[in-house]
Design a protein. Structure first.
Length: 296
């Protein structure tokens, strides 16, 4: 059986096709057009190309940076705002002449890593995507826990914990609130914070290159980032106490995060001790798209 997964991100749309054993048969990515009908066109073209190339017809799952409301059937909470208020699964299903399953991209990421990734064998896995935006997903015994409102894991739209005076009411989020965790610990938030302090960078990798040569402004921005990430994850650990936290997205590729974060977490987790493993994902940027394929 052919299973196709689509990762609908803020900058790219990627499709992967897997066989029944999870072996990758096809992969392609294209830039995200940031317009609804054009987004549908890209996904349909990727599915058509995969099926033509492989000579097979398969199932389609899509991971999105939001959720399908269980009440209205429309996309909500997506930082790819042009898909909000749209019946994405229905519209794609009509174009592809089959049922299409849509889930939050962080949930797809969590289940992928829980089944055969960095969280394999763990009972409760909290998956974090820190890239253009920020998302979270929970997998329990290898299955997504989405919650009654379809928003389980969306801790990125809680306020940043233990805010300083300088942090309070300092950011605006696409969701309509201020000071959301996403605005501080996403890659976008990292760059924003650095530039507001007088820097000039377009990407987090540029800042980290300056950290490597001990540039004071870059080092200070990274220290702020680590502390904010620790505060944000401490709230999750205090509430859920997962067996492992798996990081994904572009910021997860910063190796310097992993030796530093455990000691910072202990400062904020109740009781002053925390040994929750914080690990990098196994499948890289492919984990979310693989999880979308396994929605079937």
């Amino acid at each position: 059986m052919l299973r196709m997964g689509v990762d609908l991100g803020g900058t790219k749309i990627e499709l992967v096709a897997l066989n029944a054993e999870g072996k990758e048969l096809f992969r392609k990515r294209l830039p995200t057009p940031r317009e609804y009908e054009a987004t549908l066109d890209i996904i349909v073209s990727l599915v058509d190309e995969a099926e033509t190339t492989l000579g097979m017809v398969g199932s389609v799952g899509v991971g999105i940076p939001g959720v399908i409301s269980p009440f209205s059937g429309l996309v909500k909470n997506a930082n790819s705002t042009w898909i909000n208020g749209k019946p994405l699964d229905i519209d794609l299903g009509q174009r592809l002449s089959r049922e299409v399953r849509v889930a939050n991209d962080a949930n797809c990421f969590a289940v992928s890593e829980a089944v055969d990734g960095a969280g394999a064998g763990k009972g409760v896995v909290f998956g974090v995507i820190i890239g253009t935006g920020c998302g979270g997903g929970i997998a329990i015994n290898g299955r997504v826990h989405s919650g009654g409102n379809g928003i389980c894991g969306e801790w990125g739209h809680n306020p940043l914990p233990w805010m300083s005076k300088e942090e309070f009411n300092s950011t605006s989020c696409f969701c309509g609130n201020h000071d959301c965790i996403e605005t501080f610990i996403s890659g976008t938030g990292f760059v924003r914070d650095y530039n507001q302090d007088g820097g000039d960078a377009a990407k987090g990798s540029e800042i980290m290159a300056m950290v490597d040569v001990d540039d004071p402004r870059a080092v200070a921005a990274f220290e702020r980032y680590l502390d904010r990430l620790a505060r944000a994850l401490a709230h999750v650990i205090n509430t859920l106490d997962p067996d492992v936290v798996v990081l994904g997205g572009g910021m997860s590729n910063i190796d310097a995060i992993y030796p530093r974060l455990p000691e910072l977490l202990s400062q904020y987790v109740l009781g002053g001790e925390c040994r929750t493993p914080i690990v990098q994902n196994l499948y890289g940027c492919s984990s979310g798209v693989r999880g979308a394929a396994w929605l079937w």
